[in-house]
Each structure stands twice: as C-alpha cells, then as structure tokens.
Design a protein around this ligand. Structure first.
Ligand code: NAD
Length: 516
C-alpha cells in the first residue's frame, strides 16, 4: 500500500485566531447538542435499555452531557454472541482492508477534530490543549496501528533447515473486550479498540461510565469508516454490572483494559479461571495506575525542572496515569525548587475549561472528588501542606486547587495513587537516596530525572524502575510511535501501547513448516 511515512499529528496552534474561532464555534455547536440520548450498538442495531447512565459536565454537574443506555448482562450476552459470529468474517478480511478502515477512521476524526475537542471539554473537563493532545493521540493510534499491521501482515523472517520451508505469521484471536477509563476518553478507547480491530479481532467496546458520550462519538467514526456491523459493538454500562460477566464469559478470548490497579487485578484473577466450555487461556492486556516520581539532583537546571514538575503534576489536574505525583529533591536544592514549584503551581488558572485561558479544569466526578479530598485530609495529618485550600461546595463543579505536601516517602500520600492535583515533595540526601525513594513503590509507570550529571543519568537509565523514563523534560504526554507507553510492577502487564510490540499481543503467532 502506498502511504506517506508515519508522523505524529501536529498540535493545534492556539495563537492562530482561526483555531480559536473554530474551537469557539465547535463549543457552541456541541453545547446545543448536550443532553442527547445514545443507545447501545450491537450488530449494527441501536438498542435502548431499562437502565440509563447520565453523563454530566464535571465543571457544572447539573448539566447533562448525554444520556446513555446502560447494558445489563442480557445485552452483554447479545454482544458476545454477535461478536463471536462476526469474527468468522472479520478474521478472514485482508489485513490491508482492515488497515484502510483505520486510516479512514483517522481521516474522519481529523475532519471532526474540533467537535471531538468540544465533547472532551464538556464531558471530560479538559482544557483545550489537553483535549487537543488527546484527540491527536487517538488519530496517531489509528495511523500507527494501520501501518504496524501492514508491517506484520506476512509474519516475520525466521530460519529454516535444508529441504523445508518455515513460516512464522500471525492470526487474529477472537472476541476482545475493551474496557477503558475516563481520563483519556478518546485516545485510550481508540488506541485499545483500533489495535484489537486492525489485527482481525471483533470487539465489545465498553467506555467509562463517566465519558460514554465520547465513546458514542468514536462508535460513529468507526461506523462511518466502514467497520462492518457486529465487528465493533458499543456497550456502555457500569463496570460493576457487566464487567465481571464480560470478563468471565467463555466466549471472551482476551481483555484489553486500562484503569485502576484494583480493577485490573480483579480482571486478571477472573480471567484466569477456566469455566465450562472455555477453550483457551484468556489473555489480559492491562494498563493500570502509577505513582510517578521526578528526581531533581543538585546539578539540574532548576527553573526548567520546576516548570516541568508543575506541567507534569497539574496537567489535567493530575488525572493522568503518567502524572508526576512525587517530586524527589536533592537536599541542597530542595528549598529553591520547592519555592519555584509552589509559586508556579499557585499561579495556574483553575476553572471551567470552556474558556481558552484555563490551565486546570475540574476533577472528573463526585466519587473521584471525594477520594482526592480524603487524601488531602490524610496528607494534612502526615506532613505539611505548603500549597492548596480546602475545596468549596462541589455542586458548582468538582474543583480542587493545586496542592503540595512536604512528606516522608513512606507516607500514604506519597505511596498511593490519588489521581488528582496533589503533589508529594520528598527530600533526598544524595542521588542514591533519591533513586531508592523513587523505586520504593509498587507501581512503575513513568519517572523522570533532571540532572546535568552524566553518571546519574546513566544509572537512572537502567535503575529507575519505570516503563517510561524521561530525562530533563516532563514525564507525561507520550507520543505514539515515538514514546511507546506502559509500565512495570503494579502498573500493568508490561505492554507498550503505541510501540512495535503492541499489535502481536492481540494475535496468535503460528509456525507452519513444509518439507519438500
Ligand atoms: P477504573 O478501574 O475505576 O475503571 C476503568 C474501567 O473499568 C471503567 O470502564 C469501569 O467501568 C470498568 N470496570 C469497573 N469495574 C469493573 C469490573 N469488575 N470488571 C470489568 N470492568 C470494570 O479506573 P478509572 O477511574 O476509570 O481510571 C483511572 C485509572 O486508570 C487510574 O488508576 C489510572 O492510573 C489508570 N490509567 C492507566 C493508564 C495506563 O496507560 N497505565 C492510562 C490511563 C489511566
């Protein structure tokens, strides 16, 4: 297939008035569509259910973004049947044809970019630049996985012995259940589903209950791009109601999950149990939480380090698995860096992200708001709060201001994933101590070091226990195809989304040998 070489989608330039006007127009247009209803889509048919999910605007929870049909076990069963049937056809569809559909989906999403951004603003509470980065990432996943499938479609070279031909190639697996979180509603749902689809599997796509309208929009893109009926099925619903059923069912071949450690471990356990009529060991691809650290040593550019700590800790209010939630500062530069971080974080503008100048929007939901508050209370008992205020009444939006605690590294706020704008600052005696503190945590997703000391950087290159390690820059915003993303330890099953090893996780490798 003749394709231009892969390159990342360019971010929008907000100093260009044309982009600002297009975004304002999209916000206005989407605002007029708020409150709409979205059915399930199973086998191309739209289905209403008795249950309903009300997805609200976290900046203004009385405003309903959309009402979604909520699947029960009955509809989950239907979707599993339909996806099983569609696999017969889709698994035999040429890889080139599947890749073309993904490329077309990318083109459609690119054309609808401002609209997607606007839905992200209303449903996800994303500031414009965060929404843009995320939709760009979704487009990148579609473009990159299409090309990856073309690279892998004939298998890979192996050796043979005289008189024989040996072939090693990949085949689709079956029905994949794709379960997504709310924090990257477009990017992660698109990435996980596109990888499963382009490799020839059929998919049951379950978005987060907090961002299912964006999921419905992705379903529209797939339908328009030409994914055949039943190959992808849209199944919004509560994890607690349909999650176990989908994971445990014998028809499910694999589960692709991104979300919390707790849910990921539950899925892993449930998927491991063989039930009647099950004919395979289910595969689980799980990307889970993080408690990501940035180490600043005594040789670092302190101004740049402080800027990147603030960007990494408070981008999307810290609601990124990759967010910096621990800053580990060498004692000789501790006061200076902490002072700069407090000043810069305190200057961020918090508010409803419909406005272009907002740096940080709301927390996604009431339960998440309550969770962050409970950790702020814990932090007040464990250390000193040097930035942040107790939030006001959440009925006006789930807003929490940037918060910083000076704490010991074993304190709960420095050990557990909070998933909000809360940074723990920890002092270190020297670089050894800093590395030890960074690694003393069950997660291992992202990590960073700010240093001009080559020995320290080379040590961290191998010894900082994280799947994605960044030097002298921020630790969030991994680019598809450039910074394959995924963690070690309790951060997941060691997969790397947007990287060269990702698609084979969705396929069966087959060896066929013929003697002549
Ligand atoms: P969550 O675990 O609460 O929910 C994730 C998804 O799982 C949702 O769709 C939910 O409905 C579903 N679910 C809930 N119970 C289930 C069950 N029993 N069976 C099957 N599915 C079930 O996570 P969240 O709050 O939506 O997302 C935030 C978490 O995601 C954070 O921990 C964050 O670190 C993590 N995350 C990780 C990555 C990564 O790449 N490693 C990326 C983004 C987010």
């Amino acid at each position: 297939m003749g394709l231009i070489p892969y390159k990342n989608e360019v971010y929008l330039d907000w100093s260009d008035e044309k982009n600002v006007s297009a975004m304002q127009a999209a916000l206005k247009d989407v605002e007029g569509q708020l409150g709409g209803s979205y059915p399930l889509v199973i086998g191309g048919k739209r289905l209403e259910t008795d249950g309903e999910i009300s997805s609200v605007d976290p900046s203004n929870p009385s405003r309903i973004v959309g009402k979604l049909a909520a699947a029960t076990e009955r509809e989950a069963d239907m979707a599993l049947d339909v996806a099983t049937g569609a696999f017969e056809y889709w698994s035999r569809t040429a890889p080139e044809a599947r890749a073309r559909i993904m490329l077309r989906a990318a083109a459609i999403m690119r054309r609808r970019k401002f609209e997607f951004l606007a839905w992200e603003v209303f449903e996800g509470g994303k500031p414009w630049n965060e929404a843009d980065a995320q939709v760009a990432e979704a487009i990148d996943f579609l473009e990159y996985y299409a090309r990856e499938m073309l690279r892998l479609k004939d298998g890979v070279e192996i050796y043979a012995i005289p008189g024989e031909e040996s072939r090693y190639f990949y085949q689709p697996m079956g029905v994949g259940v794709v379960i997504a979180p709310w924090n990257f509603p477009t990017a992660i749902l698109t990435g996980m589903s596109a990888a499963a689809l382009v490799t020839g599997n059929t998919v049951i796509m379950k978005p987060s209950e907090f961002t299912s309208v964006v999921g419905a929009k992705l379903m529209e893109v797939y339908e328009e791009a030409g994914v055949p009926e039943g190959v992808v099925n849209f199944l919004p619903g509560y994890g607690s109601e349909i999650g176990d059923y989908l994971v445990a069912d014998a028809r499910t071949r694999f589960i692709s999950f991104t979300g919390s450690m707790k849910t990921g471990l539950r899925i892993n356990e449930l998927a491991a149990k063989q039930i009647e009529n099950q004919r395979w060991v289910k595969r689980v691809i799980a990307e889970m939480g993080g408690k990501d650290a940035m180490i600043i040593d005594d040789s670092a550019d302190l101004e740049a380090a402080a800027n990147d700590i603030v960007k990494s800790a408070y981008g999307y209010g810290g609601q990124k698995c990759s967010a910096a939630s621990r800053a580990i500062l060498h004692r000789d530069i501790y006061d200076e860096v902490l002072g700069k971080v407090v000043e810069k974080a305190g200057a961020l503008k918090i508010g409803a992200p419909e406005s272009a100048d907002v740096n940080m929007g709301p927390i996604i939901s009431e339960p998440q708001f309550e969770k962050v508050l409970s950790y702020i209370d814990i932090g007040k008992g464990e250390g000193e709060r040097v930035l942040g205020e107790d939030p006001g009444d959440p009925s006006g939006g789930y807003f929490i201001t940037p918060t910083i605690f000076e704490v010991e590294s074993r304190s709960r706020v420095a050990q557990e994933e909070i998933f909000g704008p809360v940074l723990s600052v920890i002092g270190a005696r020297d670089f050894d101590d800093a590395l030890r503190i960074a690694n003393d945590n069950p997660y291992g997703l992202t990590g960073g070091v700010y240093s001009r000391n080559r020995d320290n950087l080379e040590r961290a290159r191998h010894e900082l226990r994280a799947g994605n390690v960044y030097f002298n820059r921020g630790i969030t915003g991994a680019l598809v195809g450039v910074q394959p993303f995924g963690g070690f330890g309790m951060s997941g099953t060691d997969s790397k989304a947007g990287g060269p090893d990702y698609l084979p996780l969705h396929m069966l490798a087959r060896t066929v040998v013929e003697r002549f």
